[in-house]
Design a protein around this ligand. Structure first.
Ligand code: XMP
Length: 512
């Protein structure tokens, strides 16, 4: 299949992925690369157009991320967003960027000077989203200013000859009310791309690619129960059938019914050779008495690798390992990530490095919702495809303090009620994550004239796009009420339910 590709050059902006996603929402294939990609590499990709992302730096500062000047000679349209626009102004002849007297953050009103091309069908005075400290003081030769806002004289610029455009605001975020139309204009009025990227093609292409990559080689995959590893192994199985063996390490930290479902779906329905390893005791033994969250993560990660390694050794001549890495994982671990480690995010299923296996990563270029679509196309059950994200270390980081089997059972029972009620209320897919947490404390209650002394359950439900930020979900009171009633009545060790009303930041989604 011959896709037109849009290349997004990332200058470390927080919305780079969102740009890629917006483009793909129009059925146009997009890829993100670091801004320092070599020109030769860009030529190999052969993009139909390039978009420069935003970024946190100042183009005038020392060591500011740049781009090979040759991109302007490729003869393809370029759209610079925020930092990207400033970079164009900085690099192209006669342009000039300065620190603005007043930065502009948040909503602004866009006054248009033309509705040609990029701004076709855009309303004058529509709302855009700004976030910048520098501004383009003078547009480069060949450019004209095509819009302003109250605080920014050059809020957008265009060289209609070469089809180079710059917008100081962020068309990719929802706060720019007509942002999608602007991106649509760029793609379909300026670049004239074909909208022919779809999931079925993607699967077929991937199947071919995997066949070529692995030939007759043996492949293993670690299943976790989550959507990514499930979809990854389903594609690989479609490609190479029984050359694939899945290994499912049951660490005992899963939710109610999860292990059974994985066994049923993969072993029975999909007929994928599946090795089920009951490692509950091993994990629990090592977790006994451990209360520190990072230590729990480390132990679980290490133990997982050991168990996985042992099982893989039993199979002979395995050469490939399937990983369900998705695009956001790739970007997050990329070079531009300056974020401090808040949590180590041990991904159960991580690669035992010394195993020396070549990776097969069929989801490498996909976003979560695209992975779900593929899962649906491949016929995976709804409960797996639409499963909310679940951390690799599982319930161990939802039990505050030390973990034992009794507490796991309490939490599993309470959590199952949360899942059921959220699903019954039709909220499951809209909420990013909803779950129960078991803290390390007890309180007094009264039931049937008796004093009780039991655990509280913390109910946590958040909305989020990418887990980087999150807000607590405004669950309907009736739903909270049934969750609370059922948990207190049906889980005998629990006598109280509280709701966590903290966003992220300052909280995190998980409690540990
Ligand atoms: P926090 O708690 O950092 O979580 O706001 C953000 C997202 O990451 C998940 N999470 C993890 N996932 N291993 C994982 O695979 C981990 O150690 C881990 N810790 C948190 C969390 O569920 C949320 O989706």
């Amino acid at each position: 299949m011959d896709y037109d590709k849009i290349l997004i050059l990332d200058f470390g902006g927080q919305y780079s992925q969102l740009i890629a996603r917006r483009v793909r929402e129009f059925n146009v294939y997009s890829i993100i690369r670091g801004h320092d990609i070599e020109l030769e590499e860009i030529k190999k990709i052969d993009p139909a157009a390039i978009i420069f992302s935003g970024g946190p730096d100042s183009v005038t500062g020392p060591g500011a991320p740049g781009v090979d000047q040759g991109v302007f000679e490729l003869g393809i349209p370029i759209l610079g967003i925020c930092y990207g626009m400033q970079l164009m102004a900085q690099l192209l002849e006669a342009g000039h960027v300065e620190k603005a007297e007043h930065g502009e953050y948040g909503k602004a009103n866009l006054e248009l000077f033309t509705q040609k091309k990029l701004f076709k069908e855009i309303d004058n005075h529509s709302q855009v989203w700004m976030s910048h400290g520098d501004h383009v003081k003078k547009v480069p030769a060949g450019f004209e200013v095509i819009a302003r806002t109250e605080l920014t004289a050059a809020a957008a610029m265009a060289d209609f000859e070469r089809d180079f455009y710059g917008v100081q605001f962020h068309p990719e975020v929802n706060h720019t009310i007509q942002g999608k139309t602007i991106l649509h204009n760029f793609l379909f009025r300026i670049v004239n791309v074909k909208a022919n990227w779809n999931m079925a093609d993607y699967i077929n292409e991937e199947v071919e690619r995997i066949r070529k990559q692995v030939g007759k080689g043996k492949v293993i995959c670690g299943l976790s129960g989550g959507v990514d590893s499930a979809v990854a192994s389903a594609i690989v199985h479609k490609a190479i059938g029984d050359q694939l063996t899945c290994i499912f390490v049951d660490h005992g930290l899963l939710r109610k019914g999860e292990a059974e479902q994985v066994k049923r779906t993969f072993g029975e329905e999909f007929n994928i050779p599946l090795i089920y390893v009951d490692a509950k005791k091993r994990f629990l033994d090592r977790l006994t008495g451990i209360t520190e969250p990072e230590e729990k993560r480390k132990i679980i990660g290490d133990e997982f690798i050991q168990v996985f390694d042992e099982e893989a050794e039993k199979l002979e001549d395995v050469r490939y390992l399937v990983q369900g890495t998705i695009y956001s994982d790739v970007i997050e671990s990329g070079g531009t990530d300056k974020a401090a480690t808040i949590k180590s995010h041990h991904n159960v299923g991580g690669l035992p490095e010394e195993m020396n296996l070549e990776l097969v990563e069929p989801l490498h270029f996909l976003f979560k919702d695209e992975v779900r679509k593929i899962g649906e196309v491949l016929g995976l059950p709804e409960e797996i495809v639409w499963r909310q994200p679940f951390p690799g270390p599982g319930l161990a980081i939802r039990i505050i303090g030390d973990v034992d089997w009794d507490k796991l059972e309490i939490l599993r029972n309470a959590d199952a009620i949360v899942q059921e009620e959220i699903k019954d209320a039709g909220l499951y897919r809209d909420i990013w994550q909803s779950f129960a947490v078991l803290p390390d404390l007890r309180s007094v209650g009264v039931m049937g004239d008796e004093r009780t002394y039991g655990y509280p359950i913390i109910l946590r439900a958040v909305n989020s796009d990418d887990a980087m930020t999150a807000d607590w979900a405004r669950l309907p009171y009736e739903v909270m009420q049934s969750i609370s009633n059922r948990i207190v009545n049906q889980v005998k060790e629990v006598n109280r339910v509280v709701y966590d009303i903290t966003s992220k930041p300052p909280g995190t989604i998980e409690w540990e």
